[in-house]
Design a protein around this ligand. Sequence first.
Ligand SMILES: [Zn+2]
Length: 410
Amino acid sequence: MPKSDQASEEQGRAALRAALFVHRRAPLSRLLARRGLGPYRGYGELLEAIERLADRGAQVTLIGRSIRGEPLLAVHLGAASLAAARGEKQAAGLLTPAAQGGRSVANGVSLRPLGSTPDGTPDADGSRAPGGADDPAPGDAVLAQLAERAERASLRPSTGAGSRERVRTTVILSGIHPLEWIGIEAHLALLDRLATQDLGGRSILAVPIVNPDGLLRVEMNLRAGRHRYVRGNARGVDLNRNFDAGWYERGLIQRFIGLLFSPGSRPASEPEVEAIAHALSSRRIDRALSLHSAGGAVLYPPAHSLWPVADAAEHRAFAQRVARAADRRPYRAMSYVRFAWGVRKAGLEIDWLHDRHGALSLLVECSRGKLGLRPSRLVEPFAWHNPRRLDDATPPLVDALLPFVKGARA
Ligand SMILES: [Zn+2]
């Protein structure tokens, strides 16, 4: 395994462990379920889910830090993941079984069933505390040291000019808008499924929590019972207006509107967006998916122009296919600018992924934000974006999205 890959996996795991240590709290899901808001997990619980993916062989790397210093974590599956490199070394006899953590390698992804320890025995509760059976429980000082050392090594994952560049990559993003938690839950459910599947030489690069600062702010509000609308990062910038796509200096009126939906001071001015741009810079990306909520729609570029993209027909075919399968009543499928009533929006991730990388790009507005008649839901912005019945909404979504992210033809 290239040294830089090893370093980036080490720093990813160290950053994940350190964040888990800081954000371990009583489960948010129980609190929200009691209030009729659905069983959504808190930031710490979501990090645990990412750690479980890593325990099963996914590579987790640190691609940057948010404004408040939270780790921006990428989950890698498939051909270009570190697990594949491990498999090659295993064949060459360069790694001892102990060094592989008892993992078996299949389809380029090393797997261990969810809720099992490295020797295959199930965990008592299907989860695993940081510093479980395969690594000694580190104290705070050791944790901090680990994180620091790994980060000093390099914040940048390998941009190696080798095979990785030619590997077709699917990018998956969620948690850009911090109230839209169903996107993150659907994303993690999708990664759980992908981790058990043959990806046919494709690589998945997933960033489940693009805006951790925003997410933590929403969680704080939820725990305190405050009904607040939160859309931006820690500086109040709408990260989905900050990508370098159709970005332009704004006039007075747009600047005024920008106070509500700030696009930032320049393209990729925000560390969260810059980190994604950097992590993707050397990849060959042909599929991209960004999960939002709750418009019940599958949207494709453009957002910043009224002119259809050159590959509009291919986008439409995929969008319609996903829209039909996502729910019993199909989602809508159309270009973003049509969805926005012809109002052009600059700085969106799907435009950037399409224009810059040439990827077929879909933005899915998960679920339809059905509020019902409970007053507690009507005044709670979290309920506007996330259905109460999470477990009904995600399985069909995951089924609908799998063929697209795995590179199937339209
Ligand atoms: Zn959104």
